[in-house]
Design a protein around this ligand. Structure first.
Ligand code: F6R
Length: 255
C-alpha cells in the first residue's frame, strides 16, 4: 500500500483527479471503476474542470460504478445514477457508463451480467474508492466475504444513518444495495482509495495498520499489488507509521 498524506480534503481530491487524468491520457480507452459519496464530489468537480480546459478527453472511456440502491428508480433524485449524472456524466462525455441496474428483478442474473460486462471490457484499469466509517469499500459491510463478487447486500444501521443526510427529511433510506464484491474490486489493475476528515480516522488506521480481516473489508487491500491511499493529515492522525509514509514521499525513488 502506498499511503500519501496530503494537507486537506481539497488536496486529496485534486491529486485523485490528476491521477485519473494521467490514466486516461496514457490509455484513451481506459476502464474506470467509479464511486459516489461526499468524498468524490471534489474529484468529479476537478475532472469537469480539466475537461472544460481541454486537459481531459473521456470519449473512449468506459466506467463501472461500484453500487446502487435497491428500490430507487434510476431517475430518483437520491439514486446513484442521479448522483453520477449531476456530478460527472452530464458534464463530461464518456464512451459508456455502467451502473448496477437495481430495477432488475433477477438480481443474481443482473449481478452475474455486471461481472461479465467488466470482464468483457478487459477488466478495470483504475478503481476509485471511498471508505466507510466502518471500513466498508463499495457497500461491502463488515463481515462481507473477502472473496465476494457483485451481489445484493444489506447496509448496516450505521451506514443507513450516515446516508440519511442525502435524503429529504422523513423519506425512508433504502437498506438494500447492489455492490461490486471485494474480489471484484481486488481484480482492478490499480486501486485509488480516498479518505479525509475526522470521521475516517479509525477506519484508516484499521485498514492500513490493522490485521486483514472481514471486520474491516478495506483491509483486504493490503493484498493488492497496486493500491494507493490518498488521505489528509486529519485522517492520518492515528497512523503509527505516518512519519515513515511521509519519509517515503520525501525520498521518492521511481521503481
Ligand atoms: C459509494 C461507496 C461507498 C462510499 C463510502 C464513503 O459509491 O461505494 O463505499 O465511498 O460510504 O462515503 P462518503 O464519501 O460519503 O464518506
Amino acid at each position: 500500500m502506498d499511503v500519501v498524506i496530503l494537507k486537506d480534503g481539497p488536496a486529496v481530491c485534486k491529486e485523485a483527479s490528476r491521477r485519473i487524468a494521467d490514466q486516461v491520457n496514457r490509455k484513451a480507452d481506459s476502464v474506470l471503476g467509479l464511486a459516489t459519496g461526499n468524498t468524490m464530489v471534489g474529484v468529479y468537480k476537478d475532472l469537469v474542470r480539466r475537461h472544460r480546459e481541454a486537459e481531459l478527453d473521456c470519449s473512449e472511456v468506459t466506467t463501472f460504478n461500484l453500487d446502487e440502491y435497491v428500490g430507487l428508480a434510476p431517475e430518483h433524485p437520491c439514486s446513484y445514477h442521479t448522483y453520477m449524472n449531476e456530478h460527472l456524466f452530464s458534464k463530461v462525455p464518456f464512451f459508456r457508463n455502467l451502473i448496477p441496474d437495481s430495477s432488475e428483478t433477477n438480481f443474481v442474473q443482473m449481478c452475474a451480467d455486471y461481472e461479465a460486462q467488466i470482464q468483457g471490457c478487459g477488466g478495470i484499469d483504475l478503481q476509485l474508492l471511498g471508505l466507510g466509517r466502518d471500513g466498508h469499500i463499495g457497500f461491502n459491510e463488515p463481515c462481507s466475504s473477502l472473496s465476494s463478487r457483485t451481489r445484493l447486500k444489506t447496509l448496516t444501521p450505521m451506514t443507513v444513518g450516515t446516508n440519511k443526510r442525502h435524503f429529504p427529511e422523513g423519506q425512508p433510506v433504502p437498506y438494500h444495495v447492489i455492490t461490486m464484491g471485494i474480489a471484484t474490486i481486488m481484480e482492478a489493475r490499480e486501486v485509488l482509495l480516498l479518505a479525509f476528515g475526522e470521521s475516517k480516522v479509525d477506519a484508516i488506521a484499521a485498514m492500513v495498520e490493522g490485521p486483514v480481516s472481514a471486520m474491516c473489508p478495506a483491509s483486504a487491500l493490503q493484498y493488492h499489488p497496486h493500491c494507493t491511499v490518498l488521505i489528509d493529515e486529519v485522517a492520518a492522525s492515528k497512523l503509527k507509521m505516518a512519519d515513515y509514509f511521509r519519509f517515503i514521499h520525501q525520498n521518492w525513488l521511481e521503481g
